[in-house]
Design a protein around this ligand. Structure first.
Ligand code: PNS
Length: 166
C-alpha cells in the first residue's frame, strides 16, 4: 500500500495546541503530514514566516513523520507538487463550517484529485484560535496550556518588544 501524505495548511500565526491536536489526530489516518505555512504578507501577521516555522518545528520535534514547510500561491498546486493525496483541516464549531466548505469546494474545483479531510478538534480546543490567543496574550492574559511553551515565550517576547512602556 502506498504511503498517504496530507498537507495541513494554515497561517499558524502562531501554532496553538488546537493545531497540534489536529496533527496528532491526522497521524492516525495519514503516514506523513506536511504542515504548510502560507507565506502571505497581506495578512499582516504578528510573526514572520521564519518565526512561525521555527515555533512549529520546535513544537513538533518529537514527530518524525511531520515536516514543516512554507508555500506561496495556490494550495492545490503546492499539494500536487508535494505528492499529497489530501488537505487536512480542523473543524471547531459550526462557525468554521461556511469558510471551510467554501475553501474545500474551491480547492476541489481547482483540482479534483486532492481530497479535503476535516477532523473535529478536541473539545478542549473548540474555542481557541491563534487570533483570540494573541489578543489575550497582548493584554497580559494567561494563555498557559493553550499554546506550546515555546510559543508562549515568543508571544511574551513579541508583545514586550512592541510595548514601548516595558
Ligand atoms: O489558517 P488559515 O488562515 O485559516 O489558513 C488558510 C489557508 C492558508 C489554508 C488558505 O488561505 C489557503 O489555502 N491559501 C492559499 C491560496 C489558495 O489556494 N486559495 C484558493 C482556495 S480558497
Amino acid at each position: 500500500m502506498s504511503s498517504k501524505l496530507a498537507i495541513y495548511p494554515g497561517s499558524f500565526d502562531p501554532v496553538t495546541n488546537g493545531h497540534i491536536d489536529i496533527i496528532v489526530r491526522g497521524l492516525k489516518i495519514f503516514d506523513r503530514i506536511v504542515v504548510g505555512i502560507l507565506n502571505n504578507p497581506e495578512k499582516n501577521p504578528l510573526f514572520t514566516v521564519t518565526e512561525r516555522k521555527a515555533m512549529l518545528e520546535a513544537s513538533l520535534k518529537s514527530f518524525t513523520n511531520v515536516e514543516v514547510d512554507t508555500f506561496d500561491g495556490l494550495l492545490v498546486d503546492y499539494a500536487l507538487q508535494r505528492g499529497a493525496q489530501a488537505i487536512l483541516r480542523g473543524m471547531r464549531a459550526v462557525s468554521d463550517f461556511e469558510y471551510e466548505f467554501q475553501m474545500a469546494l474551491m480547492n476541489r474545483r481547482l483540482n479534483r484529485e486532492i481530497q479535503t479531510v476535516f477532523l473535529m478538534t478536541g473539545l478542549r480546543w473548540i474555542f481557541t484560535s491563534s487570533s483570540i490567543i494573541k489578543e489575550a496574550a497582548r493584554f497580559g492574559g494567561n494563555i498557559n496550556g493553550m499554546v506550546p511553551k515555546v510559543v508562549n515565550r515568543q508571544l511574551q517576547r513579541k508583545f514586550a518588544a512592541l510595548d514601548p512602556s516595558s
